[in-house]
Design a protein around this ligand. Structure first.
Ligand SMILES: Nc1ncnc2c1ncn2[C@@H]1O[C@H](COP(=O)(O)OP(=O)(O)OP(=O)(O)O)[C@@H](O)[C@H]1O
Ligand SMILES: [Mg+2]
Length: 306
């Protein structure tokens, strides 16, 4: 993990993605690394756990900065910019149709993911040299996979659009040449950025860490997640099993739960053979505030051997 530029945490709702990504970011920063912790989850909770709130990149400690991406705000901004860059390229009646299409796009599943990706790719590429690690707290599984798939799709779409624009440029113009060239530049910039970002995502610089709990649904979802990530070509070799019950439970009820958990743990080891499986204990209460997060970070460091 120490050699990864991009570390993404993902998994089912509530398994501990925010807790573990925050703990990882804190752990790495305690090792003297400069870290940007980014949340791409619309339901933000970094503020809860780290006690910071606000827009843009915020400083938690010298080496640890955080950014919460607000997908809804980003969608509005994204559509505004996309429309502005398309307007000079097409005639007014075509533009009216595009605008209508964008209105429905706003409601379409996947839009927030694209917008988040837009923001995430900008952030990572812009600050690439400022941080040694970008730790990314992602939204529950489905959204995140959607977002990762978007990288390739949007890239291909832009590629095609630009190709057509370049060959048929003089036929479509509604605005002046300068305006049109500028709009093309913006699209070209976006295409280049997506292509660079997808290069990073698919390289050895990136690690996706699925988080799961020793529970049936969580195991199933993680299994699908790992398969999809491998298909996409995203690096995935470590799993965190979070909220593992203590070994020595006395209570009858907990003993029964622990017994079932052991079965699930065996199943996890079986199904994810070849992957590194890191177990994190269930704590006696929720993780809130820096002090508790620090404890989780220390525990995580110990179990990771870093
Ligand atoms: N090891 C643990 N022991 C006890 N409580 C934990 C542990 N890990 C996380 N929690 C608690 O479980 C709850 C869910 O954790 P967290 O918010 O990190 O999950 P998440 O996967 O980010 O959830 P969401 O999908 O809603 O974003 C929180 O209240 C958190 O404090
Ligand atoms: Mg979360």
């Amino acid at each position: 993990m120490l050699d990864k530029k991009l570390i993404l945490f993902g998994g089912k709702g509530g398994v501990g993605k925010t807790t573990l990504s925050s703990a990882t970011a804190l752990l790495l920063s305690r090792k003297g690394r400069r870290v940007l912790l980014v949340s791409t989850d619309p339901a933000h909770s970094l503020s809860d756990i780290l006690g910071v709130e606000g827009k843009g990149i915020l400083k938690v400690t010298e080496g640890l900065h955080v950014l919460e991406i607000d997908p809804e705000g980003v969608v509005k901004e994204y559509i505004k910019n996309a429309l502005a860059s398309i307007e000079p390229l097409v005639s007014p009646d075509v533009f009216e149709k595009v605008r209508e299409a964008f209105r429905s796009v706003e409601e379409t599943p996947g839009t927030e993911e694209s917008a988040t990706l837009e923001e995430l790719s900008k952030t990572v590429l812009r600050s690439y040299d400022d941080y040694e690690h970008f730790v990314i707290d992602t939204a529950p599984t489905g959204h995140t996979l959607q977002m990762l798939k978007t990288v390739g799709r949007v890239g291909a779409w832009l590629e095609e659009l630009l190709k057509r624009r370049k060959t048929a440029k003089r036929f479509w113009s509604a605005g002046g040449r300068d305006k049109e060239d500028r709009a093309l530049d913006i699209l070209e910039e976006r295409r280049r950025r997506f292509s660079r970002f997808s290069e990073i995502l698919l390289s050895r610089e990136t690690l996706f860490v699925p988080v799961l709990n020793p529970e049936r649904l969580s195991i199933e979802e993680t299994s699908r997640l790992v398969t999809s990530l491998r298909k996409l070509g995203v690096g995935v070799d470590t799993l965190v099993v979070n909220k593992v019950l203590p070994e020595n439970v006395r209570d009858e009820f907990l003993t029964a739960r622990k017994e079932q958990e052991r079965e699930y743990m065996r199943e996890i080891e079986e199904r994810f053979r070849g992957m590194r499986i890191v177990k994190m204990p269930m704590r006696d209460r929720d993780v809130r505030g820096m002090e508790q997060l620090e404890e989780v970070a220390v525990e995580l460091g110990r179990r990771l051997g870093v």
